[in-house]
Design a protein around this ligand. Sequence first.
Ligand code: GLN
Length: 285
Amino acid sequence: MPKLNIKEILDKTVDYFEKYDIAQPRLDAEVLLADLLDMERINLYVNFDRPLSPDEVDTYRELILKRRQGTPVAYLVGEKEFMGLKFKVNSDVLIPRPETEHLVQSILNRIDTWEEEEVKIADIGTGSGAIIISIAKLADKLVQGIAIDISESSLAIAQENAANLEVEEQLEFKEGNLLEPLDEKVDIIVSNPPYIPSGEIDGLQEEVQQEPSLALDGGQDGLDYYRKIIDQAVDYLTTDGLIIFEVGIEQSQDVADLLKKRNYSNIEIKKDYSDIERVVLAKYN
Ligand code: GLN
């Protein structure tokens, strides 16, 4: 059999993914092949005639099968871009989402307006570390961060990401439940907690279901972690300190109400790029 070249194998894969209703057939086919061949995606096009070795074809077939069976591309290639930075991911951590960039940007904007040269931030349920690491890397102030997660394996990934992106000296990593490992006050508490109502987990897209349920399941109404964090945070925010959350669809008002009940002030809700109310922030003083 003649050897398949890059163009031919991509075309075949796109057809195959289309048959199995993979949402972005060409993108996924290209990202997986570019990763396998260790080239930028754009270079696939320049090298359309390059033949693939039998080993490359075999490995690619395995990846394609896993993708068809629902494994997210980010887990197959082991990384995901977020805020223009590359984060290592595996199935121990939630894959960073584009809408979470909005949470990070809201914090960066806020920090910009502060007079202090140093800001201390705690990230509750850090996962891959995408939020706190991007802030540490991109803020124009010195950010000292505390990344907390109950999962030891996700903290290991977060730590590796911090090292790769050269911010490890700004960050501390603590294993534990929500704010329990904190032993000092901070200027900002940020969290993208699990917020999917338990009853909706089974109906999620197949690939989302391959992500850790520990990072998705927010209890019966999806708000369990907001309640706990909002309660605990009052003891750990500096005067005028900021609490800031990502929320799921139609949760913004509920979270704002929880904040009001606990006497937080200056509550603001911000929309994401798709016009969904996605970020809730408030002060405690
Ligand atoms: N944004 C994720 C999703 O909708 C959920 C993440 C979370 O629960 N914090 O798939």
